[in-house]
Each structure stands twice: as C-alpha cells, then as structure tokens.
Design a protein around this ligand. Sequence first.
Ligand code: 6FA
Length: 772
Amino acid sequence: MAIFKRVLTLASVLGAALAQGSTAYTDEGIIFQGLQEPTHGVSYGFVLPPTTATGATAQEFIGEIVAPVANQWVGVALGGQMADNLLLVAWPNANEIVFSPRYATGYIQPTPYAGPTITTLKQSFNSTHWSWVYRCQNCTTWSGGSFDTNSAPVFAWAISLTAVFDPSDPTSDFNEHDDFGFWGEITANAHSDDYNTYLNGGTVTSTPPTTTTTPPTTTSSSPTSTPSAPLASPTPYDYIVVGAGPGGLVTADRLSQAGKKVLLLERGGPSTGETGGRDVPPWANGTSLTRYDIPGEFQAMFGSSGPSYWFCSDINTFAGCLVGGGSSINGGLYWYPTDLDFSTDRGWPSSWSNHDQYTQALIQRLPSNDNTSPDGVRYLEEVFPVMSDILTPMGFQNITLNSNPNFKDHAFGYSAYNFQNGKRWGPVATYLQTAQPRSNFKMELYTVVTSVARNGSTITGVQTNNTAIGPNGFIPLNPNGRVILSAGSFGTPRILFQSGIGPSDMISLVQQNAEANAFLPPASDFIDLPVGFNVQDNPSINLMFTHPSINAYDNWANIWSDPVPADAAQYLKDQTGVFAMSSPRVNFWRATSGTDGITRYAQGTVRPGFDSVTTSYPYNASQVFSITTYLSTGVTSRGRVGLTSSELGAGALTNPWFTDPVDKSTIITVLEEIISAAAKVPNLTLITPDNTTTLTDYVNNYPTSSLGSNHWVGSCSIGQVVDENALVMNTTNLFVVDASIVPALMTGNPQGAIMSAAEQAVARILALPGGP
Ligand code: 6FA
C-alpha cells in the first residue's frame, strides 16, 4: 500500500542498514565470526566461549575492531539499535586504544556504562590501520537487554571521521557518528573451543568449520587480516530458489512438497517470532511478538521507532529484505485476484487464462480475513459509516470484498487482510511452515545471491557471499537442476544483469564493477532481454478529511514505545483489539473510462490518521482520516527499473507514474467525484487539498517521491523476459517467480495475485519435462 511516503527520505538516509550476515574470518591467528564492512573497511569480529560454558564465562566474548585510520572512533551496539543496548566505543590515542562501554536511552550522547570489564588483548597500529582485540566480560547482558549467544542477533556499527573531544579520556564525549549500519551477527557460529587459547595469547592455525573468503561485495582492507581458504564442500540441489518473499516461499514449498531437493536462499534475517525474529517492541518485552507479528505496529515500521533493519539498503525504494520479503513488512491488505487480472488483455499468455484453480489453491492455504481481532469485535471502525455516507449515494454497494473478487466497480467493504489469530500471517506462517520440516528443504539466511553461473544457456549454480555452504560462495545444481529467481521486482533484475542477461547498458554497468565483472560470462553468452522495462506501480493520491466521529488514534504516534496502555495490554493478553489489524479499515473500487476510451480501475484505501496535511486552515488533528486513491488495472503508464550506477544499487530509472497524461486526468476525475460526494456529508471537511488549491494543481504538484505505492510489477514481464512457463528466454533452466513476471498492474494490492501467480508458475515448472 502507498501510505508511508513521508519517510522515504529517511529510508534512503538509512541506506547503511544492510541486513547482511556475519561470516568467519581469521585475523591475528584468531578465527572470528564477524562483519568485514565494505564501505569504511572496518572489521568487527567476535569469538564466544564454547556453548558448554556456564556462569560468568558464558557472559563474555573476545572482540576485534580493525579500522582504517580515517575512522577516528568506531562503535559497536550489541543490539539492533543504538538506544537501550550495550555500546562499545574505541579509538586510537598515542599508540594506545582507548575504549569505553556506553549506554544511551535514546538518540543522544551515550554515557559511560558500569558493568562490563574490558581488557585489551592485542593492539596494533600502522600508517593505514589501527587494530584492537579485546576481552569483554559481563557483556552479553545489560540493563534491560541482552543478546542471544546462540542465534543470529542484529548488531549495529557506527564510525566517525571526527575524533572524540578528548582522545586521552575514555569518558570523553563525541559528536554524532558519520555513518552506521546493521548486520546479523551469527553468534551460533561464533563459539570456539580455542577460546581459552585465544585469551592466553595463543593462536590457531586450523581453519574454521564455516570459513569464508571476502564476499564479492566486500572490500575490507585490514592490514593483518588473512582470510582462510574456503573449504566447505558444496551440496548440489535440484532447485535453488533465490528470495524468501511471497513468490519464493510459495515456490519453495511446492517444490519441496513434490519431493525435490530445495535450497531457499534469503539475503536478510528472520522476521516474525516463529522464524527466530526478536525485534520486539518495548511494550511486548518478554514475548516473541515482534514488530513483524503485530499488525498494529505496521505504522511504526517506517522510522517512528528509530532505525529498522529490514530495509533493503541497496534499493532506493521500500522493499523488505528479510524472511517473508515485502509480506513481512507490508500493510497486509490481501485481495483475491480478478479474472481480468490474469487475462490476455492484461498481457498474460492465453494458457494462463484458466487461472482460478491456482487462486483456489492459494485460498486453501491462506484465506483472507476482514475482521482480524480474534474476539470478532471491529476496532477503530469510525471511518466505515462516514465512507458509507460518501459512497452509497454514488451507487457503491457494501459487500464482503473477497467474496466476489470480480465485483470491482462501485463496490466497498471492510479491508481484507492475510492476518490470522490477531497476527501477521501471510506466506511465512503458512507455506514456510510446511516446507521447513521437510528433510529435502533447507533455507539459508544472510545469503546474497549475486549472479547465476552459466555454461552458455545452461545454469550450473549460483554465486553467493556465503562461503560456508560452498567454495567461494558457489552452490551447484544437480544434473538437470534449476534456479528460480524470486528476489523481487528490483532484486531479480539485478541478479540477471550480473549474470549477463538484460539490456547492454545494464550489463555495461556490471562490467565497470571489477568484483561483479569477474563473475560475468563471456560477452558472446550475453542474452539481450528487456529486463527492467515494462514496469508499473500504482500512482496514488491522498485526500485528507476531518469528521467529528473519527478517532485518528493520535495518528499512530508512539505505538512502538508508548502505545495506549489498555490497547497494548489487551493485545498482549489474547492478541485482540486495535493492534490485531494494521491501519486501513475500508476499501473501495470503481471502474472509470479515460478520455482515450480505456477503462481504468481506481482503488480507495481509507484509514484513520494521515501522512501530511497541507492546509492554511485550523483543523482538529484528532479527527483526521485519509483516503488514498490508486489507479490500478488499466493504467497505461510504464517505467523502467535497473542499476543506478556501477555500485550496483537498484532503483527506478524512469518513474512509472503518469507517463501517460490520461492516467493523471482519469485519477483527477475519480478524485473530483469523491470530493463532490463528500461535500454532501454533514460535518465532513476536506482539509487536504484545502480550498486555496485546485485539485488539478494539487495533483500536478504532488511530490514524485509520494506518488508510488510499493506495488512494483513487470520488470521481467511474462511474454517479454520469461516465457509462459516462467523460463527466462534463451536459457534452459533459469526461471523467475515473483512480482517481476506480472505483466500489468493487478486490480488490488498485489501480494495475493503474486502468490496465486506463483502457484501456477511452480505447477508449470514441475510439469516441464527434463527437470531434476
Ligand atoms: N502488497 C499487498 O498486497 N498489500 C499491501 O498492503 C502491501 N503494502 C506494501 C507496503 O506497505 C510496503 C511498504 C511495501 C514495500 C510493499 C507493499 N506491498 C503490498 C507489495 C508487496 O509486499 C509486494 O508486491 C510483494 O512482497 C512482492 O513479492 P515478491 O516475492 O515479488 O518480492 P519481495 O520483494 O517481497 O521478496 C523478495 C525477497 O528476495 C526478499 O526477501 C529479499 O530479501 C530477497 N532477495 C532479494 N535479492 C536477493 C538476493 N540477491 N539474494 C538473496 N535474496 C534476495
């Protein structure tokens, strides 16, 4: 859905928040599990005592920081954010490392923190780097927090290019960091039987069980680091599925159900509590109810609660890089597709038009729910009667929207979700759960697939940053094996470009990147396909109103740190109440004919609260609600996505909204109708746009950064990049199953249609002869 635009800038500022995972590396004769952070070249390593350790020993670790001298101080947060976690800060001063444990309750100057005992084990300095190996005792728990020593908790790093105020003083204050980021520290792999040897200054020469070389995207230049040679022997798979989003989870589950040996690779970490996620809001401390589980925390996903580590830092729009992909962080609106959505009119091959059986297969696994609080009570529903007063006189009918998916002209009803039991549900709570117990299914997290390895038109395996599962990160296929890319509308094209598949300008950017270039096939094997073109996303415009009956729920402020106590308590008790649903309450659709004679559908999503109000008149902020109007199926505008530079970040190259002026004039017509119907409802006041702005000016001046809906489709359109079996054209065993194959916008928010498309695509792939 499209309602979180105001924090887009913040999202790009959070560009450092890469959800990468730690790897093993050897330095100073010690095998560390840690991050070799590429942007600043700083290494953050950790060794934990053996898992059999008890008492105080179980609460310590050996750490390392190796930093280029430009980094005047370096910090580590032993948790996913700076606030409320134990922080370690270190800097060089006169050939000595000065260090200090710190703590901060917010995004303020962290103060010295008593409790940990830190001892320097080794320190070294040269003209380019400083390095510090230390022992940190009483460091795995702290006031109100701890990190999991046998899992993959999120840690954060920070660096500053400016020295602390008094480098000789461990308690010195300092300015805000210049950069920061996050990673999954795989503490489960950090335990070492050589722990005491390391403490006593000894070193080992053995190679770690899960050793690594520098991943392809890493350019760490530690002076002393000598990554060990890769040893892991690769396991071949029948199917390698890349990306654990809605497309990838349906696909991997169905393939493993069919008995195939399946490896699912996901670049991010866990999400919901069920998957090992532990990003729990303070009010739910002690539970496994993470921000990804609690539907009502949706509005807090986007910055109001401080940085979040689910952002895909190298995609310049919102996208979820964690288990569940977008489905773990999105609004959860869930629509069964219409027949039109899979018609030849919308660009599908005629062989796909008998699609309903696949939607039925999806519904069996994941039914929709428009009353998500398990007690059956509807909460915060004040917008419904107001919308009924607007829409009913316009001829709209109130229906259970998913009970008649094809009725999308003048229909309205309660918002439908893929939530169950008061929690986010989606493919993670369904398809992933049936796949996981199967012995022929394996999922690897924190594993970035950079390219597929090709022998001409045949794929032989995938190239990753995870050297624990294959030499140099390479994972091979079994004979006749297949790779399925489900890395999303931006992620899948990027892997194709790095595999020599796509337009020449994109492959040329890959060639300019020395590390990625090394994995390209010979130029004679490049495959020219329109990857990245034909892209759509719903253009959307917000209207903001006030009405005395509305409870704007304090515009969802403080729902992360300080929610309404009764609502929080109710949710904790039995997952009922306001928090059992995300913010939308009403949806509506109508079809409308543009000046070009083309029928376009418009969707409305209505919620209490607002994005940003622009009005010169006073208004009552506690009574505001928003109508987001998107233009959906029938939209004619198209854009392009791809690599934004040779650094291989991904994003829109041509924005897909209103490239055809008839899309814009059509949405203005729809908005005009809503505004004029609303004018007849007593006490209803339009506050944005206010009456100093014409609707046309409002739409014309709408910020481009706010026009989109995060519903990107089409970058590997079926019929253009993949064939009717989702096979990448001119290859023999490379498939795409995700939003990118969808050739045109769906009538509603797309997750349901994408999962339903995945049901058909994977059935076709399994039915194709010649497979494993
Ligand atoms: N869709 C809906 O139907 N309803 C909504 O309410 C809704 N809201 C939102 C929303 O509020 C936001 C903020 C966003 C970002 C999207 C929304 N959407 C909504 C859209 C919906 O979530 C997406 O259309 C849907 O998730 C797309 O599913 P796909 O399977 O095509 O792709 P994803 O991006 O979800 O997943 C890709 C996965 O691949 C991720 O887990 C990613 O980490 C992984 N990946 C990417 N590159 C990789 C690589 N190189 N190696 C390994 N893994 C990779």
